[in-house]
Structure formats: C-alpha cells, structure tokens
Design a protein around this ligand. Structure first.
Ligand code: IPE
Ligand code: IPE
Ligand code: MG
Length: 238
C-alpha cells in the first residue's frame, strides 16, 4: 500500500526529521546477544518509522546509518554493518519504491565497498520517481566532512568571498534540495550530536528518548511529532 499523499497543511508538523538511530549494541548486550543481532533488529524498525513519517506528512527523513567515526569499530562489526546495508538496500528497496519512497544517500562515497556502492546507486535509481516521502540515508556521513566538502567545492567553483553567504553555502551541502531540519530524534538517551548534520541543526528541535533504537516504534515517532507541535520556535525572537 502506498504511503498517504503528502499533507502537512497546518504547518505544525515537521517537514524534515533527522534520526540518530542509536542503541543497537546495548539492546543486544542486554539480551546477551551479539551486537550484530541488535543491528538486525534495528533494520526492522525502519518500516514502521517510514510509515509513521508518511502519515504525519513529513516530507524528508534523514537516517543516520553510519558515521565517518564508525570505521573505528572492530572490523567484524564494520563488516556486519556493510553486509546489512547491502542486504537492506537490495531486498527492501523495491517495496519502498512501490510505496512512493524516494531514497538518496548522503555522505562520502569513498571507503565504502564496491558492492555497497552499487546497491546504493541501484536504490537511488529504482526509487527516483517516489513522490510520497524523501528518505536520506546518511552513510559514511560526518557533519564536519560535509562542511569541508562544501567548502572545497565552493573554492573549486571559484566563488568570490563576498558571494559566500549562508544561502550559497546551503547550495553546496550533500542534499541542497531538502528543507531545513525541523526535528532531530535521538534514541538511547545520549545527549550529544555525534557529528550529525552540524550545519542543518542550527534551529532544529531536539527529542531525545531513552528507548533503544530496536525498541523504537511508530507510536514513539508520533509522540516526537506531537511534542514538536507544542514547541514555540522563537528563532532568536521573542
Ligand atoms: C547504532 O547503534 C548503530 C550504528 C552506530 C551503526 P550502536 O551500535 O551505536 O549501539 P550502542 O550505542 O553501542 O548501544
Ligand atoms: C551515532 O551513534 C552514529 C549513528 C547512529 C550512525 P554512535 O553510537 O556512533 O555515537 P557515539 O559514539 O555514541 O557518539
Ligand atoms: Mg551508539
């Protein structure tokens, strides 16, 4: 069944939600399972979250899947994660495409294994016509590297220093077309940003929950959206 048509009419719901999907390892450790089991359980949560996002009229969802710092994990865990990305991108994407989801990847493409890169490209092609929900997967993503990459491209384009405005900078980000980040959700209770969307986070509302990512649900996504709707976004005003 396709996701509902985009409808975010009253402006109280977030247009762009970012999610730091954290706590897979702890979820597994509490069950005396290997960390890989937590990552597998985490993949299952994607479906209900995408559904909830579509129903809430969210236009764009950015999911933090693997940071530029996550390469420092033991090689076995990195390999497990890469295998899971490959599997998920291959097996789940056709159905998401049918439901109107458009998938894009943000982050540095270098360092990723060739088969993963291939599956990412196929996922982007296969879902390019999706018009219900834009899902950005942050893979080998770092907020600092995004800023550095944007700066490099501005310099190589020969931008005049006077033309380097906030708007111009925004056009050099990995996904310049996406609206600003309205709501950032982080699971598993950590009160930090961990290098996620440093530029875009400037006026995002934060929702941090103790729930570990594999236990996250559609209901909790809806609670985060409801909490967002009650916030007064003053943006430095009164
Ligand atoms: C998030 O869960 C998944 C990735 C970072 C890829 P973690 O693996 O960080 O889980 P914890 O934080 O160790 O519980
Ligand atoms: C952030 O989680 C990265 C992702 C969810 C992909 P981490 O588990 O890597 O962050 P830290 O280590 O707690 O800061
Ligand atoms: Mg973690």
């Amino acid at each position: 069944m396709p996701l509902p048509n985009r409808q975010n009419s009253d402006g109280r719901n977030p247009r762009h939600v970012g999610m730091i999907m954290d706590g897979n390892g702890r979820w597994a450790e509490r069950r005396l399972l290997p960390r890989a089991a937590g990552h597998r359980a985490g993949v299952k949560v994607l479906e209900p979250v995408l559904e909830a996002a579509g129903e809430a009229g969210v236009e764009s969802l950015t999911l933090y899947a693997f940071s530029t710092e996550n390469w420092t994990r033991p090689q076995g865990e990195v390999d497990t994660l890469m295998r899971l990305f490959l599997e998920t991108a291959t097996e789940r994407v056709p159905e998401l495409g049918e439901r109107g989801v458009r998938i894009r990847f943000v982050g540095r493409r270098g360092l990723l294994p060739d088969d993963v890169l291939g599956s990412m490209q196929r996922a982007e092609e296969l879902t390019s016509g999706g018009d219900r929900l834009d899902v950005y997967i942050a893979l080998n993503y770092g907020g600092r590297s995004e800023i550095v990459d944007a700066t490099r491209r501005m310099i190589s384009d020969g931008l005049d220093p006077d033309d380097v405005t906030e708007e111009a900078f925004g056009r050099y980000l990995y996904a310049p077309e996406v609206p600003e980040l309205d709501l950032l959700i982080r699971t598993s209770g950590e009160m930090r940003i961990s290098n996620f969307m440093l530029w875009q986070i400037a006026y995002a509302e934060l929702y941090i929950t103790e729930t570990l990512w594999p236990d996250f649900s559609k209901e909790e996504f809806n609670r985060a959206v409801e909490s967002f709707a009650t916030r007064s976004r003053r943006r430095g005003g009164v």
